[in-house]
Design a binder for this molecule. Sequence first.
Ligand SMILES: Cc1ncc(COP(=O)(O)O)c(C=O)c1O
Length: 409
Amino acid sequence: MALDMDFVRGEFPALKNEWTFMDNAGGSQILKGCVDKISEYYYSHNVQLGGSYDVSQNSLKAFGEGRANIATLFNAARPEEIVFGPSTTVLLQFLSKAMLSQFKAGDEVIVTITDHESNIGPWVWLEDRGVNIKFWPMNKETYELELDALDAIMTEKTKLVAFTHVSNLLGTINNVKEITKFVHDRGALVCVDAVAYAPHRAIDVQDWNVDFYALSLYKTYGPHHAALYCRYDHMEELDSLYHYFYDKTKIPAKMEPGNANYELSYASGAIVDYLVTLGEKAGSKGTRREKLEAAFQDITEQENILCEKVLSYLRKRNDCNVLGINDGTSPRRVPTIAFTIEGKDPQQVCIAMDKYKVAVRFGDFHARRLSDSLGITDQNGAVRISLTHYNTVEEVDKLLSALDEVLAK
Ligand SMILES: Cc1ncc(COP(=O)(O)O)c(C=O)c1O
């Protein structure tokens, strides 16, 4: 096994808890480095930014350091392309508001049936402006978003396609680079929800040439905070959400109205510090970014072992229907595994699992339109086991033996 699991688990003090955490797509555990940085900010830098005195100058530096680190996480060309906010939901609502003046009646925006509502609702609001909203349907046999289906609904009036990098129910990795090129070739922009992707694989907004790309740091080992990448030329076009004297040129402050959460922005940088250390342990001697990429290779290896272990168990049962790809070694999958069980209520299954101190979750996970289209909303959705690299083989063994007992009842 490539990852040094003692080191990894030591970086997440909360894993000493008696619970086995397998609801990581709901929120991961936080790195000790992030908590330390929050304390450090409060105890050493907690004054308003922009003052002439050195404590204030240092606060500004800390805030900037957080942004620069998160730019490395995205592989953004410059830190000003990163907008901080309280959640992905809020950031995407901000984005749609800041783009209002770019839309006119008759324009089209395409959203997908597989997205979390965060990347659907803010675009549906544009209907008030006379924008037509179209849904990119999913192939119900394969649970895939196919380019042919997108081609069938795109027109010269399509201005934006909003889609998910990974569905938080299906776990399938969409080919962002390919979809983005397809959309750009037809003259539209993309807005990608990367919340369910970011904890598992390296992001490269420059290679993929995406326009807007959002993720939640609290699901990526950090604090309750989120980040939105806006490619610089698009950032320049966004309307200001701040006071009138923060005009369009105030980048990215115009997208962060009010005082940003400085301590969480600074603390989020420890996510990148951690990934860099993992990359060093993997033998990388390159730049911070190269080390981060090496870390994600080891993370992928660990996750695939765990994912395939769970999926091979579910495949052997003939009462479980896995939503999404059921091969855990597939390069197109992350270990977010949702399934339904014949004759079992997902809520009751999860409540029964609580007794074994294995934290899993049921529901539609706010991918309500997907769950409606699968016809599972009224049956408490699906059971979701969402793993991450700090989970161990022993934990998965515990999960499977608990599940075996629960499903036998
Ligand atoms: C895929 C996906 N997108 C968006 C969100 C919303 O994130 P936030 O809680 O940061 O608004 C979630 C949260 O579960 C999610 O799983």
